[in-house]
Design a protein. Structure first.
Ligand code: ADP
Ligand code: PAZ
Ligand code: K
Length: 242
């Protein structure tokens, strides 16, 4: 099988064998041209001859149509995930026409009906979602550390482009440090506040920036880079059986 995750910044793919083991995977920036990026990957995909392609995309109809055109040339059946707020594994009262399918799949990949869970996705946006015994209680969306930095650059005169690192939440004594530490604190502080409000929810983090952010969270965090893939596998396993 070939699994695709089209996020706002990167395209992730996983090729798995008959028993679900990952035989190849990668993550690449798509620069808003995911179809062209996929075109360059088709040789590699064809070598593994997957019998099905399952896709999560938050890129919108126009780009999804282009992706479909590219995948159509492979002659391998493919299908995009559609959020199902009444799924057997997890119920959600969130507006299901709006809920991002990557967010939903990450939850589906993590959900455990015996647990209370807080699933945090650290991609182009940071999302925090609460799940109580397989019931999605809703969540929050924040701009990522990079989007926050860009908005400060573009909305102010005296804060100019810099490539500092996000490595501390202590107060800064220079503009560069104050910007990076303030932004990191805004996200870490929100996560710490949520974990304070929901003390018995297990904190699970995933996405490109999870390791940067989790270091400053004052609770044990489970880092899982397989959540979305696991969600895709659970979704298509279920659709095929029903
Ligand atoms: N301006 C930027 N500079 C450096 N890295 C960036 C920038 N914007 C995004 N990234 C990186 O892109 C990755 C996006 O994470 P990912 O989970 O793939 O998100 P998405 O699913 O939204 O594409 C992160 O690792 C982040 O560090
Ligand atoms: C919140 C998101 C932007 C996160 O996307 P990502 O950072 O993974 O690229 C995406 O899930 C999305 O566009 N969601 C729609 C809005 C919502 O979930 O309510
Ligand atoms: K994502």
């Amino acid at each position: 099988m070939l699994w695709l995750d089209l996020g706002n910044t990167r395209l992730k793919y996983w090729l798995t064998d008959d028993i679900g083991q990952i035989v190849a995977h990668d993550a690449k920036q798509h620069l808003q041209a995911p179809a062209e990026l996929l075109m360059g990957l088709t040789d590699r995909f064809e070598r593994y001859a997957p019998d099905f392609i399952g896709i999560s995309s938050v890129l919108g109809d126009d780009l999804n149509v282009k992706v479909s055109e590219t995948l159509g040339r492979l002659n391998i059946p493919f299908e995009f995930v559609h959020v199902d707020a009444a799924h057997a594994l997890m119920k959600s009262a969130y507006n299901d026409e709006q809920l991002g399918c990557d967010r939903w799949l990450q939850m589906l990949g993590a959900v455990d009906k015996k647990k209370r869970q807080c699933v945090i996705g650290c991609g182009t946006a940071v999302t925090i979602d609460l799940i109580d015994h397989a019931e999605h209680l809703g969540g929050y969306i924040f701009p990522s550390i990079y989007l926050q930095r860009e908005s400060l650059f573009s909305g102010t005169k005296q804060i100019t482009i810099s490539n500092g690192t996000f490595d501390s939440v202590g107060q800064g004594m220079t503009t560069q440090d104050a910007v990076h530490r303030g932004i990191l604190l805004s996200i870490v502080g929100a996560i710490n506040e949520i974990s304070h409000r929901y003390p018995n929810f297990e904190v699970i983090m995933t996405g490109g920036d999870a390791s940067i952010i989790s270091q400053h969270v004052n609770r044990p965090v489970r880092l899982r880079d397989d959540l979305l893939l696991n969600g895709l596998a659970r979704y298509f396993d279920h659709t095929k059986q029903s």
